[in-house]
Design a protein around this ligand. Structure first.
Ligand SMILES: CC(C)(COP(=O)(O)OP(=O)(O)OC[C@H]1O[C@@H](n2cnc3c(N)ncnc32)[C@H](O)[C@@H]1OP(=O)(O)O)[C@@H](O)C(=O)NCCC(=O)NCCS
Length: 160
């Protein structure tokens, strides 16, 4: 089991973050090759998406790294989200992406990243965190309920 530590990401981590994101996308493409098909330059687009979050005050970009030195074993990107103005609970902490390197899973890295992000959101006065996940993804479907997340809405698609 790799000894890991969680820290805030820096721009030097972007390549490792994108590598973990690509694994996450490959797993999703196996679930639905059409709706998860990525456009040309998707990795560059994702890199720019993460980069923008470095400058947003409510955002949080975390990496899990090998404590002995080494690359990004896992990462999380989160930020402030707004629910519709009719609701009392409006500002929520959004977890946009979370992924752990396949050979490092089930060793507490995902939980440690989420715990740190929840702390970040609490410090900013948010009372809820939200994540969107594919219920057909067995990792996500097993993981999020273990961390106390309860499903409220489902996103549904049909071809036209
Ligand atoms: C989901 C993911 C981030 C979990 O990371 P991880 O480091 O393996 O998770 P942890 O080891 O911290 O596990 C935390 C808890 O979730 C449970 N869990 C993790 N993966 C699970 C799975 N596939 N099925 C059932 N339970 C699971 C663990 O048993 C653990 O429970 P416990 O602490 O109560 O014993 C990882 O599997 C992953 O990167 N998957 C591919 C990408 C992905 O699906 N990301 C989520 C997209 S929204």
């Amino acid at each position: 089991m790799t000894d890991f530590r969680i820290r805030r990401a820096g721009r030097r981590d972007l390549t490792g973050i994108v590598a973990r994101w690509s694994e996450l996308m490959a797993a999703h493409q196996a679930l639905d090759p059409v709706l998860y098909a990525t456009a040309e330059h998707a990795e560059g687009t994702y890199r720019a998406f993460v980069r923008r979050h470095f400058d947003k005050p409510d955002s949080v970009i975390l990496v899990a790294v090998d404590a002995a030195g080494g690359g990004v074993l896992g990462y999380l990107v989160g930020g402030g989200g707004q629910r519709a103005p009719m609701f009392v609970v409006r500002r929520v902490g959004m977890i946009f992406d979370l992924a752990v390197q396949p050979d490092q899973r089930r060793a507490g890295i995902g939980r440690a990243l989420v715990d740190r992000a929840l702390e970040h959101f609490r410090e900013r006065g948010m009372a809820y965190a939200q994540v969107n996940f594919d219920p057909h993804n067995p990792d996500a479907a097993g993981f999020w309920p273990r961390l106390g997340f309860e499903t409220l809405l489902c996103e549904a698609y049909r071809p036209l």
